[in-house]
Design a protein around this ligand. Structure first.
Ligand SMILES: C[S@@+](CC[C@H](N)C(=O)[O-])C[C@H]1O[C@@H](n2cnc3c(N)ncnc32)[C@H](O)[C@@H]1O
Length: 217
């Protein structure tokens, strides 16, 4: 079995486990108790990789573009930043807003397909950990897995309008995904990218954290 097939097998098993969740539960990230609702993607290895590199100034404005339970926004909010957190899964929007209230942080979650409903504003940092593969979406939880190429094309072609000239995108991608497509899409849309770090799950699935900045600020 190659790494993509192994990852897909893992995705299917994990998806069944998530669909079986009927009650909210807690996942700890960076010492923070994040409540996760049924029907919402929980923080996993790539979430932890991203969270470890979230460093903000208190005046920073943040856009968490794939918020899920709100974990990345919570980490930034507890450091004093404010901003918006979006998700296409309505259950995630409710979940994130509840977590923001619990932590009393100045973030608001809204229902949006990437930038679609985000009021035009230039953010200091944009956080993204979206899908890595292709497949049919039959349940909102699968938005976390499938539709990577369309997601990346839209993200990198639209992000300019929402990023300050010296701002950055922190974005994860899987080594078992189409890394060439990922890197080509970022660079052909005018971003310089660098790998910040990597993290491996179960000694099997490795994720990369990239920083993307506008090539010509
Ligand atoms: C892998 S999960 C990550 C969630 C959270 N950031 C975390 O680390 O736990 C990806 C999230 O992106 C959302 N998503 C996928 N496609 C999206 C899109 N086009 N617009 C907004 N959110 C999207 C999914 O619904 C899911 O909640």
């Amino acid at each position: 079995m190659n790494s993509l097939e192994a990852a897909r097998t893992h995705q299917r098993t994990f998806l069944e486990q998530l669909k079986a969740k009927k009650e909210p539960y807690i996942i700890q990230v960076q010492g923070i108790d994040v409540v996760v609702y049924p029907g919402v993607f929980p923080p996993v290895t790539d979430s932890r990789l991203l969270a470890a590199y979230i460093k903000v100034n208190p005046h920073d404005r943040i856009l968490d573009l794939t918020t899920g339970s709100g974990v990345s926004a919570i980490v930034a909010g507890l450091q004093g930043a404010t901003g918006l957190a979006v998700d296409l899964n309505p259950a995630a929007v409710v979940n994130a807003n509840e977590n923001f209230k619990r932590f009393n942080i100045q973030f608001e979650s809204l229902d949006s397909d990437l930038f679609k409903n985000v009021p035009l504003e230039r953010f200091d940092q944009i956080f993204v950990n979206g899908p890595y593969t292709e497949g049919e979406i039959t349940d909102p939880l699968e938005l976390s897995f499938y539709g990577a190429q369309q997601f990346l094309s839209r993200l990198f072609s639209q992000a300019h309008a929402y990023l300050k000239q010296k701002g950055r995108i922190l974005i994860t991608f899987a080594e078992w995904g189409d890394l060439n497509f990922f890197e080509r899409t970022a660079t052909s849309n005018g971003f310089d990218i660098r790998i910040v770090d990597k993290k491996t799950s179960d000694n099997e699935r490795t994720y990369r954290l990239y920083e993307a900045k506008l090539s010509r600020p």
